[in-house]
Write a new protein. Structure first.
Length: 310
């Protein structure tokens, strides 16, 4: 049984935990669209940014020091979520595409240079949740080292579900339908997995985070007491897995939540917050698992900002 003192109290964390790196990026002029998502390749010191807009490169690549390196564009229509997978032999970038044109409603895998390697879903076709690989505005993706894939589908659209796929793209399990009940979603917006076998989902419009068993898809618990003002837009763990970083877009805030150890999910404890300027609108975040830096894609400020742990 977990005792109460295993948890940090809400008053312990009043000192700031992160500070803004005002020197990042070195080349902000390359944000010509609306940065919507960000992913860190901590093995190679790279930061990938998905942005939206007419006639703008959809993927920008920066160094972790903030220098613009390159961009690519060919088959990304309207990015929403982005994830970098490093294996023993290579790296790949996974992007969820919520576009309504010929590339949309898909989850796609790219090489670091932007070569399209794999398409999940039927490009240009919004699908029903009856067919596992038929997406409708898939919001976010997390890929484990084993190649197992977790997709939350969708950012609007007819599907409200969490899908686990094997490394050969077969359905392992599926959770969720549209609704407010246990295990149901209204805009499942972001997904991540912890080392203890749990899958965490930002259930945005229900203003809660729901947690599932990664092996079975069984519902383990939910947090809603931290989100009375605004639902969670992102879920990413800090490098030590002690905290969850959650973006709250309309109140321009990052919430830092205590991640429960193995066992019960218990109640949500907000340990700290990062209050951003008005109209910043943080959408999705990612964490450098080496340095602990947090990168925030801001659709209002039209930039990505880097926060360094103190």
């Amino acid at each position: 049984v977990l005792k109460a003192f295993d948890y940090p109290s809400p008053w312990e964390g009043q000192e700031q935990m992160f500070k803004l790196d005002i020197g990042w990026p070195k080349n902000p002029e390359y944000f010509t669209g609306e940065p919507i998502c960000v992913a860190v390749d901590s093995l190679h010191g790279l930061v990938y940014v998905g942005q939206r807009g007419e006639n703008v490169p959809k993927v920008l690549v920066f160094s972790e020091e903030g220098y613009f390196l390159n961009s690519w564009n060919d088959t990304v229509e309207k990015p929403h979520g982005i994830f970098v997978l490093n294996t023993a032999t290579d790296s790949s970038i996974w992007i969820t595409d919520v576009g309504k044109g010929k590339y949309g409603h898909t989850v796609k895998q790219y090489s670091p240079s932007g070569k399209l390697l794999q398409i999940l879903g039927t490009p240009g076709n919004a699908g029903s949740s009856l067919i596992p690989l038929q997406f409708d505005q898939p919001a976010d993706i997390f890929v484990e080292d084993t190649g197992d894939i977790y997709v939350v589908d969708g950012d609007g659209g007819m599907n409200n579900r969490l899908l686990k796929l094997s490394n050969d793209y077969k359905e392992i399990w599926m959770a969720g339908t549209n609704g407010t009940g246990i295990g149901q979603f209204r805009i499942p917006h972001s997904v991540t997995v912890d080392p203890f076998g749990r899958v965490w989902v930002a259930d945005r419009e229900n203003r809660r985070i729901q947690v599932f068993d990664k092996m079975t898809g069984e519902w383990l618990g939910s947090w809603n007491n931290c989100f009375s003002e605004e639902g969670p837009y992102s879920v990413r763990f800090t490098a030590n897995y002690k905290y969850l970083i959650v973006a709250q877009l309309n109140i321009n805030r990052l919430a830092i939540l205590a991640a429960p150890p193995v066992g019960s999910i218990r109640d949500c404890v907000m340990v700290n917050t990062v209050q951003m300027a008005d109209e910043t609108k943080p959408h999705l975040v990612d964490v450098d698992m080496k340095s602990g830096a947090v990168y925030v894609a801001e659709v209002g400020a039209q930039q990505v900002q880097k926060y360094i742990p103190l």
